[in-house]
Design a protein around this ligand. Structure first.
Ligand code: GDP
Length: 528
């Protein structure tokens, strides 16, 4: 229990949303409350506006930076909050999914006008895989949004999670008057406010039948609110935090991030109920978060886009024990002891060298090519953390080497870029074709650009007619071998030597699944 107090003090989470719902705006308000920034507008959106590589490169360069904004640590009411950033662009969704393996909870932002959108759905699927606790923030209440009941029903149905409203809105759009806090029994009147300070106009109204309500919001709205609350309270009762922690119920707040309305209210609840770093499953045993020996895993690798500096930054999520600068730790995959003289932390948005870190923290490690996603550091024991998923890519292209003299560089580049998790690499059986699979077109442009600029390798791509990769396993090795022989043109090996079936279409895939009951088709593969 040596590090008990340090662990209890930490909350590590991510804000997730469909692009444009308000993630950047909300992040900024959190940082203002945490004193990590002083002025609004300091957090730059990481959005890619145009569909162009140059745009991506430019953003990455400006962010240089995205290393610094990858993790934002700040203190609020003596709680140390580690907020992990996730790219909003769908072509980088896989990066986001992996980041979600490194957090203990999430805040999901939903746009009250658009409701549940594509990315919201996919992100929640990943959260559900890990039973990650979720708090929902329904944003943009200052705009004419969907009916509050319809919206909640839509979220519950589409995201397959029960909701528990913590606050209740009074109208929306230009008639938005504020929210009633069902938990603290107070009325928070809406004022457009973009400043850092919390200037909400709050009145305690213990009894919802108090005539003070009429004075504050008028007769008609008071009547509607009372009716609404009767309905909602009747269904809900107080929030059961255990259900929230088990990922079964999501508390919901209504607000407007840009107006800093309802944000502090949520942050206060967040630090009260959000989980502290938890124990985690590994390939050999359950790892208790209170164990004194260090353990942690790499969930993200960030390349330095300056070709003169090929170094990268590997992000380590500490899961137990104490990380220390210059101390030797065991790199499980390489079976080698390594130490770090310049580990980064991310307090107050500046990279700064740290001496130590505890469970829940994220440490940036300089890397010259020793790490890949999913790698573990320990103090001697050999295990990996489970549940770090690899999803099926959606676009497949064969790599065509345009400069045979640079074959070695190309191979090195492909290996390193795929170690970073930029794309997945498959080698087709028989033909030895190298196939790259990505979630979005933009990644191919990034890979082409980086292979040329960082490795001097010139490539083009040939589209392949596949739409999904499935990892194959079978209790009967003979059956699997037979299948791979028979379907050679569709069989490949991933980087770790696992057998993969590349399907041309949903119809083909379903046919193979039906015709081969002895073979299991997996839609995700766990790195470990
Ligand atoms: P992200 O893509 O999820 O990071 O979204 P941003 O935080 O960049 O917000 C997208 C747009 O919505 C920006 O133009 C914001 O100014 C705007 N926005 C954010 N919060 C609110 C809000 O509460 N009300 C209104 N009307 N607009 C908002």
């Amino acid at each position: 229990m040596k590090y008990h107090n340090e662990i209890q003090r930490r909350r590590t989470f991510a804000i997730i949303s469909h692009p444009d719902a308000g993630k950047t705006t909300l992040t900024e308000k959190f940082l203002l409350f945490g004193g990590a920034i002083q002025i609004a507008g300091a957090v730059k959106s990481n959005k890619i506006k145009k569909h162009a590589t140059s745009d991506f490169m430019e953003i990455e360069r400006q962010r240089g930076i995205s290393v610094a904004t990858s993790v934002m640590s700040f203190e609020y009411n003596d709680i140390l909050i580690n907020l992990l950033d996730t790219p909003g662009h769908k072509d980088f969704a896989e990066d986001t999914y992996r980041t979600l393996t490194a957090v203990d909870s999430v805040i999901l932002v939903v746009d009250s006008v658009n409701g549940v959108e594509d990315q919201t759905r996919r992100l929640m699927e990943v959260c559900r895989m890990r039973d990650t606790p979720v708090i929902v923030f329904i944003n943009k209440m200052d705009r004419d949004g969907k009916n509050r009941f319809d919206l909640l029903e839509e979220i519950e149905k589409e995201l397959k999670i029960s909701l528990h409203p913590m606050t209740w809105p009074i109208n929306s759009g230009k008639d938005f008057k504020g929210v009633y806090n069902l938990h603290d029994h107070n009325l928070r009147l809406f004022t457009a406010n973009t400043k850092a300070v919390d200037e909400d106009d709050v009145t305690a109204i213990e009894d919802i039948n108090d005539s003070l309500l009429e004075k504050k919001i008028g007769e008609a709205d008071a009547a509607i609110l009372r009716e609404d609350i009767e309905l909602v309270d009747g269904v809900n009762g107080p929030l059961d935090v255990e259900y929230y922690l088990a990922g079964q119920v999501a508390p919901v707040f209504f607000g407007s991030a840009i107006n800093n309305f309802g944000v502090k209210e949520m942050l206060d609840t967040f630090i009260e109920i959000a989980p502290t770093p938890r124990s985690r499953e590994t390939t050999s045993r359950l790892l208790d978060v209170e164990e004194e020996k260090l353990s942690g895993f790499i969930f993200k690798i960030h390349a330095n886009l300056d070709p003169k500096h090929r170094d990268r930054i590997a992000f380590l999520r500490v899961c137990s024990g104490k990380f220390q600068r210059n101390k030797y730790f065991h790199h499980v995959r390489l079976d080698k002891d390594v130490r770090f003289s310049n580990p980064y932390s991310f307090m107050a948005r500046d990279k700064s060298i740290i001496e130590d870190a505890y469970a829940g923290d994220v440490v940036g490690l300089f890397d010259t090519g020793n790490f890949k996603i999913g790698d573990t550091l320990t103090e001697g024991e050999n295990f990996y953390f489970t549940g770090i998923p690899s999803f099926s890519p959606e676009i497949f292209k064969e790599v065509v080497n345009k400069d045979p003299l640079k074959t070695k560089q190309l191979e090195k580049g492909l290996l390193q870029l795929t170690d970073e998790g930029v794309a997945q690499l498959f080698t087709q059986f028989g033909g030895n074709k190298k196939i790259i699979g990505c979630v979005g077109e933009l990644q191919f442009e990034v890979i082409q650009y980086r292979l040329l600029h960082e490795y001097g390798a010139s490539v083009t791509f040939n589209s392949m007619p596949f739409y999904k990769a499935c990892w194959l396993t079978s209790k009967d090795p003979k059956k699997l071998l037979e299948f791979t022989r028979f379907k050679q043109a569709n069989i490949a090996e991933d980087k770790d030597g696992h057998v993969v079936y590349l399907a041309q279409s949903e119809w083909f895939l379903n046919t193979e699944i039906t015709n081969n009951p002895d073979i299991t088709f997996h839609f995700t593969s766990e790195i470990h």
